[in-house]
Design a protein. Structure first.
Length: 72
């Protein structure tokens, strides 16, 4: 699972079959809960995921948390 810091919120993305699935993540406990509010396009490339999440969640950006980046 790829984990992204999306403007301070931790989200996981995992490929399951032909789909990308989104998860809410709690670290360091490594707890994952499915998130059904956003559907990632199946043809999205791995290197496009951070940008896509930034576009979707851009309203959550703040001066203290202005970016989306991969944690692991």
């Amino acid at each position: 699972m790829m984990i992204f810091n999306v403007f301070g919120r931790l989200l996981g993305v995992k490929r399951i079959g032909d789909e990308w699935r989104l998860f809410r993540v709690t670290l360091p406990e490594r707890k994952y809960a499915p998130s059904y509010d956003i559907v990632l396009p199946a043809d999205l490339r791995e290197d496009e995921i951070a940008g896509y999440l930034g576009d979707i969640y851009h309203e959550a950006a703040t001066p203290q948390r202005p970016e989306v980046f991969r944690v692991e």
